[in-house]
Design a binder for this molecule. Structure first.
Ligand code: C5P
Length: 196
């Protein structure tokens, strides 16, 4: 069975949690595509060469989850050649037999517009900053400023900007618990699997 769930949205909206839960619930493979951009940003040197030569070991680096790695990722993610170098891998992953969930910024719009389920998971910048701050600590105002800066860069870039696909189901998690958000996503997948 070929079945793709595309999950897009801004940082700390809950995409990762939803994607991981859907993958384990339905037995789909999962790819956190942000990790590809984080690995390219963390590698240093020429980002295009880094994207073309990305290895498993690059993706296993322990320092890819930091705020700084997120900022570095969004800077290399504006470069069209970097994005182009990562497209094929993501497309193949999305259409592998057995089903796949991919979360990122351009999955439903560019990587897999034919995805069977498209979710756009979002929340207010303040709510997202608070969630991220609970994970990483530090100065909450600074976390909010970084989230807003990354939103601006991700939504404003010319190549594959962050925006909902026209046929995406928008899930605003600002006032939802994790369980409620996951439940809505599970229902969307179930409905499509059952042909509803
Ligand atoms: O999702 P995550 O916070 O790990 O993504 C880090 C950065 O990588 C994003 O801010 C964005 O600039 C970039 N990205 C992207 N396209 C994707 C996934 C991530 O441009 N599909």
């Amino acid at each position: 069975m070929i079945f793709t769930v595309a999950i897009d949205g801004p940082a700390a909206a809950g995409k990762g949690t939803i994607a991981r839960t859907l993958a384990s619930r339905f037995g789909f493979a999962h790819l956190d595509t942000g990790l590809l951009y984080r690995a390219v940003g963390a590698k240093g040197g020429d980002p295009v060469a880094a994207a073309r030569g990305l290895t498993e070991a690059d993706l296993a680096r322990p320092d890819l989850r930091t705020l700084a790695a997120g900022q570095a990722a969004s800077r290399v993610a504006v470069i069209p050649e970097v994005r182009a170098a990562l497209v094929e891998f993501q497309r193949r992953f999305a259409r592998q037999p057995g089903g796949a969930v991919l979360d990122g910024r351009d999955i439903g719009t560019v990587i897999c517009p034919e995805a069977e389920v498209k979710l756009y998971v979002t929340a207010s910048p303040e709510v997202r900053a608070h969630r991220r701050w609970l994970e990483v600590g530090g100065d909450e105002a600074q976390v909010l400023a970084e989230i807003k800066e990354r939103d601006r860069r991700d939504m404003g870039r010319a190549e594959a900007p962050l925006r909902p696909a026209p046929d995406a189901q928008v899930l605003d998690t600002s006032t939802l618990t994790i369980d409620e958000a996951v439940d809505l996503a599970v229902r969307a997948v179930q409905a499509r699997l059952e042909g509803r």
